[in-house]
Design a protein around this ligand. Structure first.
Ligand code: SAH
Ligand code: SF4
Ligand code: F3S
Length: 467
């Protein structure tokens, strides 16, 4: 998960009720895929009220910033964005074009709700991640008086029960949140505080949502959770399902061809999930399995509750079950107390595992987390140098992996038109984008494609000629 997903999430709005002119809704999404899912669901909640999505905040009637608190930069972006929105709101009012309701949602809302209201008077309401189903009611109340702040307690079951059954999803791929929250308390991380305790949705609710997505043409589902492989939702017989069991049930739904899941914790990688990777065709051979550091000492300080050897053993078992598994990870450099030696252990781990892709971050001290007050903080310039070295190695591995696929035939699920002519863009089983000419008639389908070349961030392929 990264905070690089900053493109506005555009939803296709349904027709507003009663034929009134649609109210314009702009949602900007920061942070991880869970926020992308939540933004889509907020649009679903607001659609019956006559809100239709728009792709720019100018002139919007309702603007929602769905925020991320994971690193300082992510959180600070919200305040600069709010400054711009305040100006737009004032200009809209001055031009006699009506009001602009501004809401802050997501993890910053949960963590700093009151501060947001104090720092930026243009904000009308603040809504935490477990309260999106209350948006219609909040809007009505806000129309009377500013100053709502909702979502301090965590009750994800109420949210999911209250969200509309139909989703406005367009396209071939979709996210589906099956698990929320985190009980792990890594010493650097805010998620247990912003999202609450681990909680899994019941199997029946997940399957219903997946069936509805399949009916809309979705072929690939990515199951989401902060610790998705800790999934233990209630099954039909009242007993919990593992994520593996859930994957088998999803694979039985007509139309669902591909299943992915993210993010997983090494300690929750159960035997049945590993075995499923060798057995269930629909489960894609790509696994995001963050390790954060290759140093046992740092892993202990991070409270990750496993060492490097356990991670190596796990990777071996996964590759035994699925030899072509593409691995991805997250890394933090400059964690308090990290020495050159510790960092070298991380580089060594990366060399041994050989990642297909990975995200790496400079440690960012977060308020309220134990690591933020640890005695020895690493100077920025040292952390930066380490980050560059790590990123160079990870990029090298990613390029090598992409290039290694040249000459292979891979099933590509086409998602959208490309920029050039009849080009189409799809995804390989290993999650790379694949660009193919003369393929726009294949959008929505999975087709064997010959890979011609691999670049840093994508593959180029061609249709296989059948004579
Ligand atoms: N649940 C996932 C990660 C969620 S946060 C897991 O356990 O792996 C996504 C990533 O952000 C983390 O994997 C970590 O690499 C990074 N991250 C979290 N807190 C951070 C911090 N304080 N500074 C820098 N990076 C951080
Ligand atoms: Fe954060 Fe650790 Fe939980 Fe992941 S497992 S969300 S890094 S506390
Ligand atoms: Fe960010 Fe919250 Fe996701 S802090 S990474 S949006 S869970």
């Amino acid at each position: 998960m990264t905070d690089t997903l900053e493109t506005p999430v555009l939803e296709d709005g349904g027709a507003p009720e009663g034929g009134a002119a649609p109210k314009r809704l702009f949602i900007k999404t920061y942070g991880c895929q869970m926020n992308v899912y939540d933004s889509e669901r907020m649009a679903d909640v607001l659609r019956p009220l006559g809100y239709a999505p728009t792709d720019t905040p100018e002139g919007a009637d309702f603007v929602i910033l769905n925020t991320c608190h994971i690193r300082e930069k992510a959180a600070e972006k919200v305040y600069s964005e709010l400054g711009k929105l305040r100006q737009m709101k004032d200009e809209k009012a001055a031009a006699g074009q009506g009001g602009m309701t501004i809401a802050v949602a997501g993890c910053v809302a949960q963590a700093e709700g009151e501060e947001i209201m104090k720092r930026q008077p243009a904000v009308d309401l603040v809504v935490g991640p477990q309260a999106y189903h209350q948006l219609p009611e909040l809007l009505t109340r806000t129309a009377r008086a500013r100053g709502e702040r909702i979502g301090a307690d965590f009750a994800p079951n109420e949210k999911f029960d209250a969200l509309p059954a139909t989703r406005g999803t367009e396209g071939v791929t979709a996210f589906l949140t099956v698990q929320e929250g985190c009980d792990k308390f890594c010493t650097f991380c805010v998620v247990p505080y912003t999202r609450g305790a681990e909680w899994s949705r019941p199997v029946a609710a997940v399957l219903d949502e997946a069936r509805a997505l399949a009916d809309r043409g979705v072929r690939e589902i990515t199951l989401l959770g902060q610790n998705v492989n800790a999934y233990d939702g209630e099954g039909p017989d009242g007993k919990p399902f593992t994520l593996a069991k859930l994957a088998y049930a999803l694979a039985d739904i007509p139309g669902i061809e591909r299943i992915r899941y993210t993010t997983s914790h090494p300690n929750d990688m159960s035997d049945d999930l590993i075995a499923a990777h060798g057995d269930l065709d629909a489960l894609m051979p790509y696994l995001h399995l963050p390790v954060q550091s290759g140093s046992d000492r740092i892993l202990r300080l991070m409270n990750r509750k496993h060492g490097r050897q356990k991670y190596f053993d796990l990777i071996d078992r996964i590759r035994e079950a699925r030899p072509d598994m593409a691995l991805s990870g997250d890394f933090i450099v400059g964690f308090p107390g990290e020495t050159d030696r510790d960092f070298e252990d991380t580089m060594d781990l990366v060399r041994r595992v050989n990642y297909a892709s990975a995200f790496s971050f400079m440690y960012s001290p977060r308020p309220g987390t134990p690591a933020a007050t640890m005695a020895v903080q690493v100077p920025d310039d040292v952390a930066k140098t380490r980050l560059h070295a790590l990123q160079a190695l990870l990029t090298e591995q990613q390029v090598a992996f992409n290039q290694s696929l040249a000459g292979r035939v891979l099933p590509v699920l086409f998602e959208k038109k490309g920029r050039h002519g009849a080009q189409a863009i799809g995804r390989s089983p290993y999650l790379q984008s694949v660009h193919v000419g003369d393929a726009d008639h294949l959008i929505g389908r999975s087709v064997p494609i010959e890979i011609i070349s691999g670049q840093q961030n994508s593959l180029t392929g061609r249709l296989i000629q059948t004579n």
